[in-house]
Write a protein that binds this ligand. Sequence first.
Ligand code: HEM
Length: 299
Amino acid sequence: MQSYQLGIFNEEANIFNVTEYKINDNVSPSTIKRALNNALKGTSEKIEVVISFGKNILNELAPEVQPKNFKNFEQLNGVNGFTMPSNQSDLYFRVIGSDNSLVLDKTIQIQEALKAITTIVISENGFVYKDHRDLTGFVDGSANPKEEKKYLAAIVPEGEPAAGGSFVFHQKWVHDLMKFNELPVSIQEKIIGRTKPDSIELEGDAMPADSHVSRTDASHEGVAMKIWRRSFPFGSATEKGLFFIAYTCDPFRIDIQLERMLGNTEDGVYDQMMNYSKATTGAYSFAPSIKDLKTILTD
Ligand code: HEM
């Protein structure tokens, strides 16, 4: 298998930054490549960077590295006026590590390398909250695929265009935590579909059809739509939530989950969690294999 970017599967890091950039008009591919090489050089061994590209810029820089089914994320609308807006941009950097200073230094180095040719769309810092919990207090990641299955879920398989790469979905969610925290724990558990203290999946009649787990644990034509989630919480007194990040071998898997959350299914059932958290951004990008990344960065 073409080797994927290692940071995709890092499970040790607990400090994160994601920064998304739009490339300014009329910047030549050569100038972009030079800036990207500068952005990536000198990365400390103690941190990892996952770089991914929006569809338009990938096509401009390396038309030969085009995965199947790659698209820009466009706003989705659901029942009850729910929306998932798009902030589709061009360049995506996820810097991860265990040392705040190193993660910030790298984030700033990338910013400086790109500043003449880009505009920042969003930059968000995050961290591991308690024992890998979302700020709602529920463990996030319990049903992530394990061992070999995570590679199958996340990486474009050998034989397909852009094999070894991974589609990336970023979506910033802002929680109404006070509203959620006012609910009794038994109701919170029905919204998520797992128990709060120990993250045990609700079973049988105890699992509501409109829980988050019911809406996202989806299959299509007998294939489980597994994805590899690497989301991180962010927060301050003013704004708090989850920066949702998922890697997938096919963006269709994410599309299905989002439509099911929004209630865009025959039964119109939507994800109860959407009453307590709001999607404020959304974008697809592609994290090429290490070999394809070299092609993209070579002038
Ligand atoms: C406010 C935003 C979100 C929060 C707080 C959240 C939180 C959670 C929690 C607590 C779980 C249960 C534990 C686990 O298996 O990880 C979970 C499961 C899951 N979530 Fe989310 N999530 C959010 C958004 C999303 C989005 C946007 C997607 C899809 C694009 C998604 C996909 C999934 C999947 C696939 C599962 C596992 C389902 C299963 O197979 O059991 N989540 N999420």
